[in-house]
Each structure stands twice: as structure tokens, then as C-alpha cells.
Design a protein around this ligand. Structure first.
Ligand code: XMP
Length: 449
């Protein structure tokens, strides 16, 4: 079984599945782009499903618990990373029921030429494999709590709690499993949205009684970023500084053996085959120094994003936290364009709060995938209180997408836009103009930097 490591050790999936009670259908990746769709379809039937590499051995397969059947999915050509692939011949005679999808030479009893419809999948999963529909969030949480307790024992774990969906759900799950043995570190880099750090403290410290270390590193980050206008350099400074602050806090704490991470299933699936060119460097806590040796605890690594949200709700997290829109690691730092100044940073934060409030009132928060404001680093001429003014502009961006790889703009109702514009102009200092970004991705990206 392949283990993926970065700063720590990642437990093998087979090892982690020990004790899991749910039946599983294994999808073998023979190069199809539809693997995740099929995995999702099966999970929607209430049966757990995982995607594994085509070269899995029978021993590895037998090492997983409760495998009820195998789906071979490769498209006509069965090409992975440019090479034709085949599964290990011993798998054909191992006794597991198999369904081949677009796999002309498969030697199993059942073949399917196109993406399977729900009826075909149901028939295979329930009638052929006799799998039980026992995959649900309650069972998942019970299993994970047991696994986390077994993995961590009486040791301590550390977690960088940004307040984003994934880190919040991991925190809630780890708190349920090991309580005060978990130390959460929330680093406020000064680039958070309005009241964001306050809400992390309210939910995790006051409501869930987490062991929470709050670090206000605003001055440190803004100092490092002073005068830096290049977007990639800004991202690198924010990401690098974040790791340094987190590392300093980790070194202050004694006897920590584990590091919690909000890795989710798409991260695992993509990590093996991702060939896409980097457009922007994204930041997370992946780059901790080698001498900080932690074993990773990644209880969400089997979940798709919507399942992570369902898990958060089941754990009692507030809906605003669980259903919040994506927010980049470098925060408002990439929305206060060019070299960050405090007046523009405050303007982007206040304008964003107004936009979010008005989108919520208009019900657009449930409809639009991502929406935010941006403040460029130039001024334009205007008139305020009968006098000439020279002030900044706020750009509103609201987009819809499925996977953030491409995006279309939301055609926001004119009246809603006008109300937001009037509020920004009246309430946000140093702003005399509001614009709406009409650009799809591509050619624009969702963020401006
Ligand atoms: P772009 O601008 O590349 O954004 O079209 C695609 C999606 O990714 C989010 N984004 C980030 N998320 N760390 C993150 O976790 C980052 O550094 C980062 N940069 C962009 C962006 O908000 C959008 O949803």
C-alpha cells in the first residue's frame, strides 16, 4: 500500500480501516476521469466506496476490511500517466464480484459499456455484492472517534485551526475523540475577514471548551509584507511566516506526538496523478521543518467536501461555519492588491462584511459559490461633500463554479448591487467608487492575485 508523507507519517489506508464496520466497494483506477463520480454515486446509495490504484495486489486488497466488490474503471484505453495499464491477473480469480466499466478485455462476468446508471449500480452493489447500506455520518463519526483514540492513545495532538471548514470539522472530531489532549493553535495573520478570529474563539473555546492557543500575529505579518507588491512573493511570505509562527508555538508545547490535518479525499486522489501546472502557490501547513516530527491524524481523508460539511453539522458545528464559502489561506492579503496598506486592508474587510450581510439578506449566500470584494492599489477622482476627492475603489466579485477550475459570474440583481454599492460608499472610509467584475474564469482567475 502506498503511504504518502510530507512533514509527518501518514498511516496506510488499510491500517486505518482496521475496525471499520462499513461494507466497501473498491474502484480500481485504470485511468478514467469518472472514478470520483462513481465513488460518489455508490456512497449516495449508502455504501462506502474508495478509489485505489490499478496496481493494488491481492494481499493489499485482502488486508482491507469488508470489501464486497470491485469496479474496474478505465475507459477504452486504460491509460494512466501516459502508460497502458492492467490490473494484477490474480484479482480476476480472487472471488470478489467485479463490474467492468468501458473495459473491453475484462475477464469478469459482468461488463458495462458506459457510465453505469443508478439501477445498474444498485443491482451490482446490493444484488451481486450483497453490500449493506450502512454508510452514514453517525457511523463514520463513531468509527473515527474509535480510530483516533486508538491512534493517539494518551498522547497529545496539535492542530492549526484556521476556522475554515476542513480544519473546523477536524477540530470538532478530535475534540470529541480526545478532548483536552488536542491543542488547537489559531494564528491570526491580520488578514482575516471581519469577526473571523472572534468566531473561532467563541465556537471552539467558549462552546466546545477546546484547548485553544490564540496568536495575534497581525503586526508581524504586516511588517513582513510592507512594500511587497508582487502577488507570488506576498503568497510566499504569508505561507512561510505562517509555518514559522506555528512552528514557534509547537516548540513551546511539550510532548506533542501528533499533528491533526484537514486533508480530504480529493487531496488524496489528486496527489498521485496531479499534473496541472501551478497558476498560484496555495498555502497550508504542509511545510513544517523536518526536526518537528509528528505522526499525522487525518480523520477526514475519506470524505468528499459535502460529506465533510455533513460531518460538521452532525458534530454540532454552526451552519455558518460549515457552509461558509471558500476563503484562501493568504486571506485578505490577496484581495488588498499590490503592496498592502492598512487603510486599504480595512476598506476591503469592511466592504466584504457589507457584501456578505447583504448577500445573506437577499438569500444569495445559499446560491452563489463564492463572493468577495477587492481593493486595487490605485485611486480615482470623485466628489464627496461638494469637494473633489481622490480615493480607492472596491470591486465586487461573485462567481459560480463546480470545481474552481473554471467559473461563471453570478448575474446579481441590479437592486441588490445598488444597495451594496450605496452602503459601501456611505460606510467604508477612503472609497469613492464601486465596480462589478464581469470576467469568467478563464481567462480571469477567481482571486485577483
Ligand atoms: P483561483 O484564484 O486560482 O482560485 O481561480 C481558485 C479557488 O482557490 C481559492 N484559493 C485558495 N485556497 N489557499 C486556499 O486554500 C490559497 O492560497 C488559495 N488561493 C486561492 C480561491 O479562493 C478559489 O476558491
Amino acid at each position: 500500500m502506498r503511504c504518502i508523507t510530507n512533514s509527518g507519517k501518514r498511516k496506510c489506508s488499510a491500517e486505518m480501516r482496521e475496525n471499520m464496520k462499513q461494507d466497501m466497494i473498491v474502484i480500481l483506477d485504470l485511468g478514467s476521469t469518472e472514478n470520483t463520480t462513481i465513488a460518489r454515486q455508490i456512497r449516495e446509495l449508502g455504501v462506502y466506496s474508495e478509489i485505489h490504484p490499478h496496481d493494488i495486489t491481492l494481499e493489499e486488497l485482502n488486508g482491507m476490511q469488508n470489501v464486497k466488490g470491485i469496479i474496474l474503471n478505465g475507459g477504452e484505453n486504460r491509460i494512466v500517466d501516459g502508460k497502458a495499464v492492467e490490473i494484477s491477473p490474480e484479482l480476476y480469480s480472487c472471488g470478489y464480484p467485479m463490474l467492468a466499466i468501458d473495459h473491453p478485455t475484462a475477464q469478469c462476468d459482468r461488463k458495462q459499456e458506459a457510465l453505469p446508471d443508478e439501477e445498474t449500480l444498485k443491482e451490482f452493489v446490493f444484488d451481486v455484492c450483497h453490500a449493506e447500506a450502512n454508510w452514514n455520518m453517525k457511523n463514520f463519526i463513531e468509527d473515527q472517534v474509535e480510530l483516533i483514540r486508538k491512534q493517539v492513545g494518551d498522547k497529545k495532538a496539535l492542530l492549526a485551526l484556521s476556522g475554515g471548514v476542513d480544519s473546523s470539522v477536524v477540530a470538532a472530531l478530535l475534540i470529541k475523540a480526545i478532548g483536552k489532549q488536542l491543542v488547537c493553535v489559531h494564528v491570526n495573520h491580520g488578514l482575516m475577514r471581519k469577526n473571523e478570529s472572534e468566531s473561532v474563539i467563541e465556537v471552539f473555546q467558549k462552546q466546545l471548551h477546546a484547548n485553544l492557543v490564540y496568536v495575534d500575529a497581525t503586526e508581524r505579518f504586516l511588517g513582513k509584507l510592507e512594500g511587497v507588491a508582487d502577488p507570488e512573493q506576498k503568497r510566499k511570505i504569508i505561507g512561510g511566516e505562517f509555518i514559522r509562527v506555528f512552528e514557534e508555538e509547537a516548540r513551546k508545547l511539550e510532548g506533542i506526538d501528533f499533528l491533526g490535518q484537514g486533508t480530504i479525499y480529493p487531496d488524496i486522489i489528486e496527489s498521485g496523478t496531479k499534473t496541472a501546472k501551478m497558476v498560484k502557490s496555495h498555502h497550508n501547513v504542509g511545510g513544517l521543518p523536518e526536526d518537528l516530527k509528528f505522526e499525522l491524524v487525518e480523520p477526514l481523508k475519506q470524505l468528499f467536501k459535502d460529506e465533510v460539511r455533513a460531518c460538521g453539522i452532525e458534530l454540532g458545528l454552526p451552519a455558518e461555519m460549515v457552509y461558509r464559502q471558500p476563503f484562501p489561506g493568504p486571506g485578505l492579503g490577496v484581495r488588498c492588491l499590490g503592496a498592502i496598506t492598512r487603510d486599504r486592508l480595512e476598506a476591503v474587510r469592511e466592504a466584504d462584511a457589507i457584501l456578505r450581510e447583504e448577500f445573506e439578506k437577499a438569500g444569495l449566500n445559499k446560491k452563489v459559490w463564492q463572493y468577495f470584494t477587492v481593493v486595487p492599489d490605485f485611486k480615482s477622482v470623485g466628489v464627496k461633500n461638494n469637494a473633489r476627492c481622490f480615493d480607492y475603489m472596491v470591486i465586487i466579485r461573485a462567481i459560480n463554479t463546480i470545481d474552481a477550475m473554471s467559473a461563471t459570474i453570478e448575474k446579481v440583481d441590479w437592486d441588490v448591487l445598488e444597495k451594496i454599492t450605496n452602503r459601501i460608499l456611505a460606510e467604508v472610509e477612503h472609497v469613492n467608487r464601486v465596480c462589478y467584475d464581469m470576467s469568467p474564469k478563464p481567462p480571469a482567475t477567481i482571486e485577483f492575485e
